[in-house]
Design a protein around this ligand. Structure first.
Ligand code: ADP
Ligand code: MG
Length: 447
């Protein structure tokens, strides 16, 4: 990037700053990266399609006016949109220089660093282990390092931070990040195109191999076979392997024993739900990074009510940002309360078994007392099992209580239902979709 484009860009930002409010500036302008200035056009990079459309719709006039002020009217603006998956998933205004741009070679997103990772009791151990690995890839006994835990708790962030750190601070030449689905797809493509040697060569010649969400290797035998050899080769060469999973390796389904045992050769660590203080610290850090200023009580309010995971915390913050920038309004506690009403209710209002029964029965289009009746008709029995399953997942009720709500069935019937549905979700896409849909309907109705 040349100096000139930066200079022009800074002048441009100064004029923008004078015409929009502080939150809009932080949300929609700070994340933009100027790329080049040539042929009477200024090319800028924005983090997503959504971002581009938003700018076009809301700030077109301001942008053109500022551009004309700085460069004269014959210049035009060209957008370059970052399209990598990582940035698509996260719409928070980007933080530092490169806004989550994925590097073409290693797929690492430079937004995921140890500095931007907030430590708390829930992730202390996982972070310490990741740090150790990042400082000496392949040199500790933590090989492989497996990080597991629920959705949105920072697994991807941590394992990518390892790659980013090692690249900068050790003699790691080649780090490679993929999620297991991309690995699988890549492998299948390589077989179809007679390129399996190339494939093996690529994955077996890195210093650090990071594979995300290995639970999706379940039941993919040939991919597992290939991965088994990749693993062995790297391990023998003293190269670092880092994996993430949504559950402990021993509980992985449809994965060969020999792989599971290898996953446990090194170190297995978990990330847990963050406590209130950590949630608040994370929010504060994210807000700070995007230049947002809010009274402290708002962080506390969000952190108290949004408890499920960190992605949801970010979501809440983005909503506030977007609203305040669109309406040029400062964020106050009462505004936050009204904007996040649905999130808060969802997290506090208890869901009843009766309600789950009603939504489930509605979905399958029969009266909800069928779920409590004796009938063993296949469709009804299956719906009943799903409703039992959701009752267990979505309420705090005991097995006994659940059984009682379903026509006085005993707790072993409920256990059987839970296992059956678990199995079906694992192996049957259609059922998984149905369960997901019903769950969403129940959740939405809570808003
Ligand atoms: P997972 O892979 O476990 O589903 P991610 O790593 O994708 O979760 O995290 C979800 C979002 O929350 C990401 O934007 C990530 O940067 C952020 N995040 C998670 N944990 C932390 C943390 N401890 N500090 C700061 N940000 C975090
Ligand atoms: Mg992840």
């Amino acid at each position: 990037m040349n100096v000139q484009v930066n200079e022009v860009w800074n002048q441009f930002l100064d004029t923008i700053k004078a015409s929009v409010n502080q939150n809009s500036y932080a949300t929609w302008f700070k994340p933009i990266k100027p790329l080049k200035l040539e042929d009477h056009s200024l090319t800028i990079q924005v983090p997503s399609q959504f971002f581009y459309e938003w700018l076009e719709q809301h700030y077109n006039t301001v942008i053109n006016r500022s551009l004309a002020q700085v460069l004269g009217s014959e210049y035009k603006l060209v957008y370059s949109i970052v399209m990598d998956q990582a940035t698509q998933a996260v719409h928070l205004p980007a933080t530092k220089k490169t806004h989550g741009r994925a590097n073409g070679h290693d797929n690492l997103n430079d937004r995921f660093t140890f500095e931007s990772f907030v430590e708390g009791d829930s992730n202390k151990f996982a972070k310490a282990a990741s740090m150790a690995v990042a400082k000496g890839p392949g040199k500790t006994s933590f090989n492989p390092l497996v990080v597991y835990g629920g959705v949105g708790l920072g697994k991807t962030h941590l394992i990518q931070a390892i790659g980013n750190y090692a690249k900068e601070n050790t003699d790691t030449h080649r780090a490679l990040y993929v999620d297991s689905e991309r690995f699988t797809q890549h492998f299948i493509d390589s077989i179809q195109n007679n390129r399996s040697t190339e494939f093996s060569g690529l994955y077996r010649n890195v210093d650090i191999l990071i594979i995300d969400d290995i639970q999706f290797f379940g039941n993919k035998e040939r991919t597992q076979e290939e991965f088994f050899h990749t693993f062995n080769t790297l391990h023998q060469k003293g190269k670092q392997i880092v994996l993430s999973s949504d559950r402990p390796p021993k509980d992985l389904k449809g994965i060969e024993e020999r792989l599971i045992s290898r996953f446990q050769w090194g170190l297995v660590v978990d990330v847990q739900q963050p406590d209130l203080e950590t949630r608040q610290a994370i929010l504060q850090k994210k807000a700070e990074e995007s230049g947002l200023e809010m009274p402290g009580e708002i962080y506390h309010f969000i952190a108290t009510h949004v408890t499920s995971n960190i992605r949801e915390l970010e979501g809440a913050l983005i909503r506030l940002l977007a609203y305040s920038s669109l309406n040029s309004e400062d964020i106050t506690l009462s505004l936050a309360k009204s904007l996040l009403k649905d999130v808060c209710i969802r997290n506090t209002k208890a869901i009843s078994i009766e309600y789950i029964q009603k939504v489930t029965a509605d979905y399958f289009d029969f009266p909800d007392d069928m779920l409590r009746a004796k009938t063993r008709k296949k469709e009804v029995a299956q719906a009943r099992q799903i409703a039992m399953y959701l009752s267990k997942k979505m309420t705090d009720s005991s097995l006994k209580t659940i059984g009682l709500h379903f026509g006085g069935r005993d707790h072993s019937t409920v256990i059987h239902a839970l296992n059956t549905v678990d199995q079906m979700i694992e192996h049957d896409k259609k059922i998984r979709g149905i369960v997901e849909t019903i769950k969403n309907k129940i959740e939405i109705a809570q808003l």
